[in-house]
Design a binder for this molecule. Structure first.
Ligand code: UDP
Length: 243
């Protein structure tokens, strides 16, 4: 069925949902990096990311994390709760890599002494600048209470994901999360829920034995074998899910 497109982002399309409390998101095959400067169509990426993200979301939900996922519709589409996205990206790091390594001169692969949680403003126009917690509340992106809630949930999600990926022989290096305020006309209205995908596009995932990168760095750094690696991640997660 053709639905009204409400918003088209870099890697997903958002359409009207089944009622006023829901939305339908569709994963696209478009891969982007460096704030959209680098872009390519990777045939089948949408399906792989949808499947990986759905498996992860189901695991998180089973473990008490409140998320926007209502149900999976098909290979590339899911029904989600309507939420007001909080305009910060939460980045959780276990091991130094990417911009963190560059900015602070810490070699990629260095185990961090504690989990690092950082924030950046969700704005392509501004280039997603890093922002600290007092700045976030100062400009009213969210309240201090919401911030505490997001940090607590992010740390819990990190524990659950590290454990899950470990079973799949994968090291979770870092990842990005987005949260929103539940907009449904229910008693959950206003509660913080996890939104957006969790996939190899938004995580760094290294094979535990070989150290092979199984994530979007293969695209960013022109390493090739992007989809083969995403497929590998899906296969491993499916296997542990079936056992
Ligand atoms: N990330 C993301 N979207 C962003 C920025 C970062 O999904 O807009 C993810 C990225 O894939 C990585 C983690 O967050 O898993 C940390 O990214 P980093 O800050 O190192 O930035 P990058 O090196 O990707 O520019």
């Amino acid at each position: 069925m053709m639905r009204e497109v409400l918003y088209e982002g870099k890697s997903k399309v958002v359409c009207a949902g089944e009622d006023r409390d829901s939305l339908i998101i569709r994963y696209k095959d478009t891969a982007t990096a460096f704030n959209g400067v680098k872009q390519a169509e990777l045939f089948g990426k949408g399906k792989l990311n949808a499947a990986i993200s759905n498996l992860i979301y189901e695991h998180l939900q089973e473990n008490g994390i409140k998320t926007h996922l209502i149900k999976v519709i098909d290979d590339t589409t899911s029904l989600v709760k309507k939420a007001e996205i909080i305009m910060v990206e939460v980045i959780v790091r276990n091991v130094a890599a990417g911009s963190f390594s560059k900015k602070y001169g810490i070699p990629e692969g260095t185990l961090l002494k504690n989990v690092s949680v950082e924030f950046s403003v969700k704005s392509d126009e501004l280039g997603d600048p890093m922002i600290n917690i007092s700045q976030i509340t100062a400009i009213g992106i969210c309240t201090a209470h919401e911030l505490t809630e997001m940090i607590e949930q992010s740390l819990r999600i990190n524990e659950l994901l590290c454990e899950l990926f470990k079973k799949a022989g994968i090291r979770l290096i870092d990842f990005k999360l987005e949260f929103g305020r539940d907009l449904s006309e229910t008693s959950d209205r206003g509660k913080i829920i996890l939104c957006d995908e969790i996939s190899p596009d938004s995580c760094r995932l290294w094979d535990m034995k070989s150290g092979k990168k199984l994530d979007k760095d293969r695209f960013r750094r022109d390493m090739g074998g992007v989809l083969d690696s995403y497929r590998d991640v899906l296969q491993r997660l499916t296997e542990i899910n079936n056992n």
